[in-house]
Design a protein around this ligand. Structure first.
Ligand SMILES: NC(=O)c1ccc[n+]([C@@H]2O[C@H](COP(=O)([O-])OP(=O)(O)OC[C@H]3O[C@@H](n4cnc5c(N)ncnc54)[C@H](O)[C@@H]3O)[C@@H](O)[C@H]2O)c1
Ligand SMILES: O=C(O)CC[C@@H](O)C(=O)O
Length: 397
């Protein structure tokens, strides 16, 4: 039985991916895998039993990736699975930033002391206080043109906005998703200077920490609007409030609450709602549960953020999986161990990603005693991190 431990609310559609006769969810056993959303794993230790972590979402800044890699824990996310939900929310926020919909609704609700006709008259008389502007013809700068940013850019473009994108690290896949008539800025400065509205869709990491600070806010048009539906650490909070106080920035909309931000008049905070739709929660949980299950049962890696993606049809009775550092001659050394044990290789694949690498070896014969000898010899190699043997369920019985 495999043991899965969950944190946060994980959709049942995702949990249903794990057959009850093979998986225990939140039982007593030490976990083989964690399935999480925003749970902060930096604070605890990773259990020794842990083989994998599945993040039912896009951002992985709540996971200690270096520690996971060094311990041979493969981390998966659900790329793009909640992008449509974030896009729809960001478009709604753009509209609410241009039109004072929330204060207008609250004011209308407050109309009292009159008969029906009086309320209608008051509403008509007061509506000019809630005059807005239109998005069509205004310029939207989109920082990050990945799964979310590319969708936001396209939708805003369709709504008549002039969209300018900025993403110096864009993948080929996402580059194809952005309409070719959406211009790309060559620098952050260029996109900030050009835009009436700026929306950020990038991961939080060391490089992007405080990407938007006092200097960048000064590059923006006076009275521009900033949206942050990515992560709080990307925008420097004190700088943003200072820019709001002097009118350099007109409004700041963010999905990430903090004590200071929620008290500021020109900041509107939603409670990390970007991916909170039924569809997105189902998509994320299903995608990551499927990749976790595949990894546990076949060793194949898909959508990992710390180890290379590796696929190999599992057509032998037994598979050996080896997570190791990316150093020369690992495959040679493992092949020698197998040869010394008189085990024939049926199929093999090796791939690397940065400092780490992964090797899958299929063999036709294996028993517990032989496996233990193999494992012991492999783990005596300094750069070997984790060795695992998987029996192919198709050959059982
Ligand atoms: N509010 C929410 O609930 C919610 C939901 C989904 C994602 N997110 C956040 O949004 C981020 C983006 O999500 P995604 O699904 O689009 O991810 P993604 O990986 O598909 O896209 C991120 C893009 O940002 C680009 N990028 C990285 N650093 C950049 C920089 N300094 N300048 C410009 N571009 C840069 C990358 O090249 C990539 O194309 C996630 O990492 C997550 O933190 C939040
Ligand atoms: O799980 C959530 O609700 C948030 C997901 C979001 O932050 C993400 O990075 O995908």
């Amino acid at each position: 039985m495999y043991a899965i431990k969950t944190y946060n609310v994980i959709s049942n559609v995702g949990l249903a991916v794990f057959p009850k006769d093979q998986y225990v969810i939140n039982g007593e056993q030490e976990p083989d895998a964690l399935l999480i959303r925003s749970q902060n794993l930096h604070r605890g230790v990773l259990p020794v039993s842990l083989l994998a972590i599945g993040r039912a979402g896009a951002g992985v800044n709540n996971i200690p990736l270096d520690k996971a890699s060094e311990n041979g824990v493969v981390v998966f996310n659900a790329p793009g699975a909640n992008a449509n939900a974030v896009k729809e929310l960001v478009i709604a926020i753009l509209i609410m930033a241009a039109r004072p919909i929330l204060p207008a609704i609250n004011w209308t609700k407050s109309l009292t002391n009159g008969d029906a006709a009086d309320v209608t008259l008051q509403a008509e008389a007061g509506k000019n206080h809630y005059r807005g502007t239109e998005l069509a013809g205004k310029t939207l700068g989109v920082i990050g043109l990945g799964a979310v940013g590319s969708k936001v850019a396209d939708m805003a473009h369709q709504m008549g906005m002039n969209v300018i994108g900025y993403d110096p690290y864009i993948s080929v896949e996402h580059a194809w998703q952005v309409q070719s008539d959406i211009p790309r800025a060559d620098s952050l400065k260029e996109v900030l200077e050009a835009s009436d509205y700026v929306t950020i869709h990038i991961p939080y990491n060391e490089r992007n920490k405080n990407l938007i600070g006092a200097e960048e806010l000064l590059m923006m048009k006076k009275g521009a609007v900033l949206l942050n539906y990515s992560r709080n650490g990307i925008v420097e909070e004190t700088a943003v409030m200072a820019a709001l106080n002097v009118g350099q920035l007109d409004q700041y909309w963010t999905d990430f609450a903090s004590d200071a931000l929620i008290k500021h008049d020109k900041v509107v905070v939603t409670p990390h709602l970007g991916g909170t739709t039924k569809e997105a929660e189902d998509n994320c949980a299903q995608m990551v549960a499927t990749t976790l299950r595949k990894y546990l049962e076949t060793g194949e890696i898909e959508h990992s953020v710390n180890y290379p993606d590796v696929r190999m049809p599992f057509n032998s009775p037994y598979r050996l999986t080896l997570l190791h550092q990316n150093v020369p001659n690992m495959v040679g050394r493992v092949a020698t161990i197998l040869a010394d044990l008189n085990i024939n290789i049926a199929n093999m694949i090796n791939a690397s990603r940065g400092d780490f690498a992964y090797t899958l070896i299929d063999v036709d014969q294996m028993d517990d005693e032989l496996y233990h000898k193999f494992e012991e010899k492999c783990l005596s190699i300094d750069e070997m991190i984790r060795v695992r043997g998987i029996r192919n369920a198709k050959f059982n019985g």
